[in-house]
Design a protein around this ligand. Structure first.
Ligand code: NAD
Length: 484
């Protein structure tokens, strides 16, 4: 525990040394991370395979591609992200320099989750380094192989004092959370999210909480079901359903339920073959605790497909449940496994009502040929993000902020949004000491005449552009002279 306190202290001292202020230094660290990913690719893929039974191709596209993309973007765009942004001035500041300057927050804590154990640590780390912070990295102990590899590799490539890695489980994270940080980004479940936020509150530390929830997927009758179900099958069963933005359940009208099941079954065979257990593209549940939890959700349900399981290898087959009651246990908590319940609704109105009666989800999906219906679902519901006519894909567009709302989290990251999350937007106004006469308006003694002039200059709306502003500035000088 003492080692942890020292790691945070060292990171703070390294931050105070000022070496991560320069953009050159930050880019050099990002380049080193890129080199690490290239040079140690095999070991990274091996650790992910050991944790999640994920084949190299999938580990590369699910985890490494995203990291390399984020690195390339940050290195290319950092100078423009970090450049001071000039802002519009008003009459009182017409002669001054006014801008927003992004400054690093200090020491950031990043707590990762096990389901995408590499990218969920690396992606926020890239943003926090780009923004000029020191970062304490805490990977999830549940994906132990990847956690250990991250702890071994990072100090070999990037500044070990600025970016220490802490490994361990609940006791270590609990201890870490007693330390003072300048920002915490936590990825995981909402119960622990509350613990993190309570610990952060003690130091008034801002938090980004990347949580989960039940992400609904509404399928409209007017839709190409074959395409819709192929996309849903991909997003639901990848990583054995252990994806925070996987479609958690389907809402559709009873008349299309059977067709949805048929299309998903056909796609499953297309993706994973006759024997899904033998498919290199199908992962396993992370551990026995989660295996038993997911299996228990099947009790009393009508299994339209799948349901087979093997505890020794933590295998649960891709499963579809039909005519699921909204009160069923499987509809209470986030499934986080390869089980897809279908709840039937009479109409899109009932689907919207259903979604709005529950906690705000991390993602929401709607499939329809009707753009008006899609826009209506978006405008009458709330969620962290939305993809229409596909699933998961909003995650991969770096220009979109990724994060939750309400019970699914707060704050967001990815691309420039990460840079902003880990920066303080500092307001800077630089004046000179000339023309103090104009300031008489705000100096005592007060008078009705001063108030009238102030109202005129501050409250009146002028849409005359630059010329109008110059005329007003001249009027200001006149006012100052009159008042004097
Ligand atoms: P987990 O068990 O790996 O926990 C995440 C981190 O929290 C770990 O580093 C762990 O050490 C720490 N932790 C656990 N219990 C703690 C405690 N009592 N006090 C302090 N720290 C503690 O991950 P998980 O929570 O099982 O992850 C699954 C959840 O995460 C799902 O709800 C999923 O939707 C969500 N998730 C969200 C995102 C996202 O980007 N929004 C991504 C992945 C997963």
């Amino acid at each position: 525990m003492e080692a942890m306190r020292q790691a945070v202290e060292r990171a703070r001292a390294a931050f105070k040394s000022g070496r991560c202020r320069s953009l050159e230094f930050r880019i050099q660290q990002l380049k080193a991370l890129e080199r690490m990913v290239h040079e140690r690719e095999k070991e990274i893929l091996g650790a992910i395979e050991a944790d999640l039974h994920k084949c190299g191709h999938n580990a590369y596209s699910h985890e490494i591609l995203g990291v390399l993309g984020e690195l390339a973007l940050a290195m290319a765009k950092l100078p423009s992200w970090a450049a001071p942004q000039a802002v519009k001035r008003n009459l009182l500041t017409l002669r001054d320099e006014a801008y927003i300057c992004a400054e690093p927050l200090g020491v950031v804590l990043i707590i990762g989750a096990w389901n995408y154990p590499f990218v969920l640590v690396m992606q926020p780390l890239i943003g926090a380094i780009a923004a000029g912070n020191a970062v304490v990295v805490k990977p999830s102990e549940i994906s132990e192989h990847t956690a250990q590899l991250i702890a071994d590799l990072l100090p070999q490539y990037i500044d070990p004092e600025l970016y220490p890695v802490v490994t361990g489980g609940v006791p270590e994270t609990t201890e870490l959370l007693t330390q003072r940080f300048d920002h915490i980004l936590y990825t995981g479940n909402s119960v622990v999210g509350k613990i993190v936020m309570a610990a952060a509150a003690k130091h008034l530390t801002p938090v980004t909480l990347e949580l989960g929830g039940k992400s609904p997927c509404y399928i409209d009758k007017d839709c190409d079901l074959a395409v819709a179900c192929r996309r849903i099958t991909w997003g639901k069963y990848m990583n054995c359903g252990q994806t925070c933005i996987a479609p958690d359940y389907i809402l559709c009208e009873p008349s299309i339920q059977d067709k949805v099941v048929e299309n998903i079954k056909r796609t499953l065979q297309e993706f994973y073959g006759e024997d899904v257990k033998k498919s290199p593209d199908y992962e396993r549940i992370i551990n026995k605790r989660h295996f038993r939890r997911v299996l228990a959700l099947l009790e009393g349900q009508k299994i339209a497909h799948g349901g087979e399981a093997d505890e020794a290898s933590c295998f649960i087959a891709p499963t579809i449940l039909t005519n699921v009651s909204p009160e069923a246990k499987v509809m209470e908590e986030e499934i986080f496994g390869p089980v897809l319940p279908i709840v039937t609704v009479k109409s899109v109105d009932e689907a919207i009502e259903f979604i709005n009666r529950r906690e705000k989800p991390l993602a929401l999906y709607v499939f329809s040929n009707n753009k008006k219906l899609i826009k209506r679902v978006i405008s009458e519901t709330s969620s962290g993000g939305v993809t229409a006519n596909d699933v998961i894909m909003h995650f991969f567009l770096a220009t979109l902020p990724f994060g939750g709302v309400g019970n699914s989290g707060m704050g967001a990251y990815h691309g420039q949004h990460s840079f902003e999350t880990f920066s303080h937007r500092r307001s800077c106004l630089i004046k000179d000491l000339k023309m103090d006469g104009a300031n008489k308006l705000r100096y005592p003694p007060s008078s009705q005449k001063k108030v009238d002039w102030a109202k005129f200059f501050l409250l009146k709306r002028f849409n005359k552009g630059r010329v109008g502003l110059i005329v007003l500035a001249l009027l200001g000088v006149v006012a100052a002279v009159v008042i004097k």
